[in-house]
Design a protein around this ligand. Structure first.
Ligand SMILES: Cc1ncc(COP(=O)(O)O)c(C=O)c1O
Length: 453
């Protein structure tokens, strides 16, 4: 076992990581320059690395999953108790009570009409299962050729091959091709910049119209589903509009195309609602979730669907070994209970507004800040080399700002032209103030060093 106290041990652990670990998505030159990040312990919103340095983790463990912070003994205790009593009972028709309890709870929390739950172990699996549900539903209900899935430019729906077909972000798709056939991608709403330089509302309407065109182009009988994140992560928190999703629902209904809403990032309070669908009045046919479902204490994902979709299937031909794991279900039940008891969804909304206002106040006037935006506790600061043209930086300025924030003890994440903040829902206003102070400091330092101001 690696002993990780003191300097010599630190060298060992970093060297071991460099020798034996794969670093997904990280450019290997960056890994060698900055080293792997090894953390020893966390407490609330703070995490301590192997050198004893403490960071304010405003990314909820990088993936935005860790919505309740580190060291929550109530969740850890519930998981341990369940593992001792009955850790795992298999899959298919085998269940432990916490898994059934969780299914009922998800049906209560999800948008109206969704009530049948399938458990998986993460977001990509949830998307895979959702796509198969849509295809198998059509196979049994009069559109047997409906296999195509329409997704959007810059979407992220996961890394497994079926989910990857619907994905257009992080350069993960082309390098793994040939992929699963049957996907087509259309433009989706993006804020601040869009590929056609259109005014925002007109562009959103164009994106919805495009969906109709694409369904017609593919042939409505061939299209199984349209999949969309309610708020896209690409280039930072791309909020859409009620009108856009209203039109999308209308178009899907007109052509018998199912609407899959991917709430893997946005679910369980991240945006100040249990699900971001609530903000836009979206009524999905199928919805995916993972990440903050367990606040990262155990791996778990889920798909929830309209009952008539599932009832149409004599058999849902799909299974995973660890579906509905009892320990993960215990974590999720406890996470949801804590969020309800502490009123954390409302707090996410209020504190998110506070953070957004504060970021606006300090950063809007900055010459290299293009736009500050966000929904609840999910926010982005988009940068520009030219406020008139909205030209993005062609170099590593955004990454440099995030690295500088890290040096000053605050964890944010670069995401394309922007940096992103996804603070745990338990963050206090003092934590958020500290974040804005460090962000402002880091932007000023980097801008000055690069002679941008
Ligand atoms: C919207 C969305 N869907 C799916 C996924 C894939 O989830 P996972 O990484 O748990 O497989 C992600 C991951 O970031 C996501 O953001």
């Amino acid at each position: 076992m690696l002993e990780t106290q003191g300097n010599i041990a630190r060298k060992d652990v970093i060297a071991e990581a460099l020798e034996h670990c794969v670093f997904p998505l990280a450019p290997i030159d960056d890994v060698h320059r900055d080293g792997p990040k090894v953390y020893l312990r966390g407490d609330g919103v703070r995490i301590m690395d192997v050198d004893g340095r403490e960071y304010l983790d405003m990314m909820s463990s990088h993936t935005r999953a860790n919505s309740l912070g580190y060291g929550n003994t109530e969740i850890a205790g519930a998981v341990a108790k369940q593992l001792e009593q009955l850790h795992y009972v298999g899959t298919v028709t085998n269940f432990a009570p916490p898994t059934i309890e969780l299914a009922g709870k998800l049906a209560d929390l999800a948008p109206e009409g969704l009530s049948k739950v399938l458990f998986v172990t993460g977001g990509s699996e949830a998307v895979e299962a959702a796509i198969k549900m849509a295809k198998q539903y059509h196979a049994h209900t009069g559109k047997p050729r409906a296999s195509k899935i329409i997704s959007r430019w810059n979407a992220y729906h996961g890394a497994t091959m079926g989910a990857l077909g619907a994905t257009d972000w992080l350069d993960t798709r082309h390098i793994s091709e040939p992929g699963v056939p049957g996907y087509s991608l259309i433009p989706g709403p993006s804020r601040y910049r869009n590929p056609f330089g259109m005014e925002e509302a007109a562009y959103f309407a164009f994106c919805a119209d495009y969906l109709e065109r694409q369904i017609q182009h593919e042939g409505p009988d061939n299209v199984a589903a349209f999949i969309a994140e309610p708020i896209m992560q690409a280039h930072g928190v791309q909020t859409a509009s009620v009108e856009y999703f209203g039109r999308v629902r209308e178009i899907c209904d007109r052509y018998g195309v199912l609407l899959i809403i991917d709430e893997v990032i946005t679910g369980f309070g991240r945006t100040g609602a249990w699900f971001a669908s609530e903000h836009y009045g979206i009524q999905p046919d199928i919805m995916t979730m993972a990440k903050a479902l367990t606040a990262g204490y155990m791996p778990m994902g889920a798909v929830i669907a309209r009952p008539e979709l599932i009832d149409a299937l004599p058999v849902f031909r799909h299974v995973h070994t660890f579906s509905g794991h009892a320990g993960a279900a215990a974590a999720a039940n406890t996470v949801i209970a804590i969020k309800e008891r502490e009123g954390l969804i409302g707090k996410a909304r209020e504190n998110g507004e506070y953070l957004l206002d504060t970021l606006h106040e300090f950063l809007d006037p900055h010459p290299i800040v293009g736009q500050v935006r966000g929904k609840g506790m999910w926010l982005a600061v988009d940068f520009t080399a030219d406020k008139q043209t909205r030209e993005p930086f062609g170099d590593d300025t955004v990454r440099a700002v995030v690295r500088r924030m890290y040096d000053h003890g605050v964890i944010a994440s670069p995401i394309g032209t922007a940096f992103e903040l996804a603070p745990p829902l338990i963050s206090t206003r003092a934590d958020l103030d500290e974040t804005v102070r460090i962000a402002t400091l880091a932007i000023n330092e980097v801008a000055r060093e690069r002679r941008l101001i």
